[in-house]
Design a binder for this molecule. Sequence first.
Ligand code: GDP
Length: 204
Amino acid sequence: MIIKTIEFIQSVDDWKKCPDLPHPEYAFIGRSNVGKSSLVNMLANRKSLAKTSSKPGKTQTINHYLVNNSWYLVDLPGYGYATISKTMREMWTRMIEEYMINREALQLVFVLIDVRIEPQENDINFINNLGELGIPYAVIFTKSDKVSKQKLTEHITMFMNKLKESWEELPPYFVTSAVNSTGRENILEYINSINKQFYIDKSV
Ligand code: GDP
C-alpha cells in the first residue's frame, strides 16, 4: 500500500468523542518506550507525525490519523509506566477497554512487543485480556535491528510459547525496525487486505 495522505484528526479522552466517519480502524498499543511513536512514523513515512510518548501523569489520549482518506491509524497511550498512580492506571484501563469494546469499526489491535527482551507479564496480561474481551489482535515485534538473528528467533519463540499457555490459536505477527523500515510493507499490506474485506462486506 502506498500512503498518499495522512492527516492527524484529533486526540480524545473518551471513545464517545472518536470521529464518526465509518472507516475501518487499526489501533497500536504497547508498553511505554516499546517504540510505538517510531513505528507509527515509520509506517506513515513521516519524521514526526506521532507525538513523542506522553509522560506519566500527563493526559492520556486516543489519537486518530486518517490515512488515504480510507482508514484510521489509532495511536493509543502506552501502559507499564512504573511510576503511574493507581488512579491513572484505572483511568487508562477504563478508557482503553471502553474504546476497544465499543468502537465498531475497530478491525484489529496491534500489540507492540520489544523483541530485545523476554516475555513481560504486563504484555501477556494485556493480550490475555484482549482474548477475554474478544478483540482481534496481531503482534508487532519492534527494534529488530538491535538483536542478532539468533536472539530474534529465540525471543519470538519464547513469546509465542508463552501465548500458547493460554491460546489455542496464535496471532499473526510482524517483525519490525523503525530504523531500517523492516516490516513496513507487510503491515500495510495486511491492513490493506482487511480494508478490502471491510468494503466488500459493506457493499453487500
Ligand atoms: P514509545 O514510547 O513506545 O512511543 O517509544 P519511542 O518510539 O519513543 O521509542 C523509544 C526509544 O526506542 C527511542 O529512543 C527510539 O529511538 C528507540 N527506538 C524505537 N524503535 C526503534 C527501532 O526500531 N530500532 C532502534 N534501534 N531503536 C528504536
